[in-house]
Design a protein around this ligand. Structure first.
Ligand code: GDP
Length: 203
């Protein structure tokens, strides 16, 4: 992440608590256990950054990390716990939807999927939501260290095919080895900067 460090600035349970300064926002989305906290920590180059979001009570919130004057990283709650009660699933949907729908500063979604797995039902719902909103998104295929190079390449191709070209890019990352993390950060930074310039141009 270069010289910038990400700093936890707060958690939100509803839209009134979302940031108001208009900095571009990048949303991290994916099923629980996909490696979201690990990736956020790896991106920030800070070990404990996202631990805060894994603490009980914070997992049902949108957690915001500010990266200097550049952007916010928004850590959205994970979906797909096997046995969540219906009411909890609905409250997840309400929160995530209230954040994703029509949010002006939102520049990009980073959609995490485990490189070893096909898309699940929750992933499909998220994909539809992103596409319905026309939110540009990148797919970060996590835990790439778990596969050999050849197999990882095949999985990326298959994810690209499954996603049907909706994603800006599908990138393999490993929070464990750091592979792909610098590249992902470069792309995030470029999209956020572009979004900021566009918003200024529009004013
Ligand atoms: P979250 O629930 O999406 O925030 O997922 P976590 O970051 O807590 O990771 C879930 C599990 O996957 C943990 O046991 C992590 O150690 C493991 N994990 C996360 N990222 C990687 C990775 O890049 N490589 C490997 N091998 N394991 C990972």
């Amino acid at each position: 992440m270069g010289k910038e460090t990400a700093v936890f600035v707060g958690s939100a349970t509803s839209p009134v608590q979302f940031p108001r300064d208009g900095l571009p926002e990048v949303a991290f989305l994916g099923r629980s256990n996909v490696g979201k906290s690990s990736l956020l920590n790896a991106l920030a180059g800070v070990k404990d950054l996202a631990r805060v979001s894994a603490t009980p009570g914070r997992t049902r919130l949108v957690n915001f990390f500010r990266v200097g004057g550049l952007m916010y990283l928004a850590d959205l709650p994970g979906y797909g716990y096997a046995k969540v009660p219906e009411g909890m699933r609905r409250s997840w949907e309400r929160l995530v939807t209230s954040y994703l729908l029509g949010r002006e500063p939102l520049a990009l979604g980073v959609f995490l999927v485990d490189i070893r797995h096909d898309l699940g039902q929750g992933d499909r719902s998220l994909q539809s939501l992103l596409e319905q909103e026309r939110l540009p998104y990148l797919v970060a295929a996590t835990k790439a260290d778990k596969l050999g190079r050849g197999e990882a390449g095949r999985r990326l191709a298959s994810l690209r095919a499954e996603l049907g070209g909706g994603a800006l890019d599908v990138m393999a990352v490993s929070a464990q080895t750091g592979d792909g993390v610098g590249n992902l950060w470069k792309t995030i930074r470029a999209v956020a900067t572009h979004h900021r310039e566009e918003s200024y141009a529009g004013n």
